[in-house]
Design a protein. Structure first.
Length: 471
């Protein structure tokens, strides 16, 4: 049960009549109380042959009928194979009853017909049954005889609310009723689906009315709407979802369940139950006219049709199970493939980490750090920069032999690829020997490098020989 506070109707077999069910109502956790009686046509009576008939009556008196449904089958000639024709001796097989795709519910006081039409489901869709209810049902009080007579034109001008009973799935037997939109003059407007009722199939079926959404249902006859919901759910179950054995009473000898209460009544002396007959639409049809033009098919044809429908349902269920099995296998394969890829990725990462650790232990980390931008004062791994000159002027005498570079070998700053090679080669003095001060050509080069303005006579000036301090 969805909720104990919601009104729920339970269909339970009647202990007194095997062709009737008692509909109990429970709400707010209260004890179930009988609300309706669902009566089916007696297959042993001539008026109940070759048709499906069911009515919803008052729980006080079964003679008060709120609504009923009468469905006559569509007859078709079965197609048999050559082996089946030989088995029957070449005789033409009897016609087979086929369930139509539509049926009508006839409401009484006031009289109204509610049409139901089957919308067969396809791939990924389930079957549904659509119907409409008028927003206005009762006539307004009027002193005019024309208004009291009414007519179909006024009824057609009334807006209608569209509803749909839909199966919850292809394999399930449960259904849900939705309000889908409105229609006026044949033009329909689609709206979002609103849940109205829920049907649970089983040994004892039940219909739960989703009361919070009834405020959105603009139907004047709410009692008639409730009757339509209950009766339609049971008819759809008997004809389409869980077909009853010999649902159209074609053989006249359909086995009826015998309860313990019925056995006790039969064991009493003089106890006899009168045959239950349907009133309303079914009672108005004479038995002779109902069966005059309809060839009564045999029991073998009905059993063959039942077996065919059963085999079709089993085949669909088997295909659905196989499809689900294939989907699960595919999901499992994809999951396994992803797990293997993740495992391979972790293995590769572990190998890279292992190789990195091995190389680190073998070669260490020296030389892997980047040198500092300021010469690597705090970084022992940084290579030393070349020595910088202390001054731009010429060094003192003898300084060239104490580790100072020649003047022309000045460092040009960052980015310079080489030293300037304008002076004499290293190891040779600037005067041609290690003891002299330098020749004229070399002196001119040094003067030009430092920008000294000397006269041309300076090139011819002789350098005085250095005298010894002792001699």
């Amino acid at each position: 049960m969805l909720d104990d506070n919601l009104p729920t109707f339970h269909f339970k077999p009647s202990p007194d009549n095997p062709h009737s069910n008692i509909v109990y109502l429970t709400q707010h956790g209260a004890d179930p109380t009988p609300e309706y009686i669902l009566r089916r046509a007696d297959p042993s009576q001539p008026s109940g042959r070759n048709k499906y008939a069911v009515a919803l009556c008052s729980s006080v008196s079964s003679d008060i009928i709120y609504a009923e449904v009468v469905v006559e089958p569509e007859w078709t000639q079965p197609t048999l194979s050559a082996a089946e024709l030989r088995a029957q001796g070449g005789a033409t097989p009897p016609p087979v009853a086929v369930v139509p795709e539509s049926f009508n519910i006839m409401l009484y006081n006031p009289d109204q017909t509610v049409a139901f039409k089957l919308a067969a489901g396809g791939w990924g869709k389930s079957d549904s049954w659509e119907f409409e209810m008028p927003t206005q049902t009762f006539k307004l009080p009027s002193a005019s005889a024309l208004d009291r007579q009414g007519g179909t034109s006024a009824v057609d001008a009334v807006p209608r609310i569209t509803f749909r009973w839909k199966k919850d799935g292809r394999l399930t037997k449960d259904m849900t009723c939705y309000m889908t939109g409105k229609s006026l003059g044949g033009k329909k407007s689609k709206e979002p689906d609103i849940t109205i009722a829920l049907f649970k199939a089983g040994k004892e079926t039940s219909v739960t009315i989703y009361q919070p959404n009834l405020q959105r249902v603009e139907v004047e006859d709410m009692k008639g709407f409730e009757v339509v919901l209950l009766l339609a759910a049971e008819v759809i179950r008997d004809l389409y979802i869980v077909p009853r054995h010999d649902v159209f009473n074609t053989t006249g000898s359909a086995p009826a369940p015998v309860t313990n209460a019925a056995r006790r009544n039969e064991s009493r002396p003089g106890a006899s139950s009168p045959p239950a007959t349907m009133s309303g639409a079914l009672g108005n049809i004479p038995p002779s006219s109902a069966t005059a033009n309809t060839p009564p098919p045999g029991a073998a044809a009905a059993d063959a049709e039942t077996r065919r429908l059963k085999a079709m349902v089993e085949r669909e269920e088997r295909e659905e199970r196989e499809r689900e099995k294939r989907d699960k296998a595919e999901q499992k394969r994809i999951k396994k493939m992803l797990e293997e890829e993740d495992k391979e990725r972790r293995r590769r990462e572990a190998e890279v980490a292992k190789e990195t650790e091995r190389l680190r232990k073998m070669y260490g980390t020296q030389g892997q750090d980047l040198p500092s931008l300021r010469g690597g004062g705090n970084n022992p791994a940084s290579p030393p920069l070349p020595p910088r000159p202390l001054s731009v002027g010429p060094p003192p005498n003898g300084a060239y032999n104490n580790g100072y570079p020649p003047p022309n070998n000045q460092w040009r700053g960052p980015g310079s690829p080489t030293y300037l090679q304008a002076g004499p080669p290293p190891g040779q003095g600037w005067g041609g020997n290690s003891g002299g001060g330098g020749g004229g050509g070399s002196g001119g080069s040094v003067s030009n490098f430092f920008g000294l303005n000397r006269s041309d006579d300076s090139n011819h000036r002789k350098v005085q020989k250095k005298r010894s301090s002792h001699w």
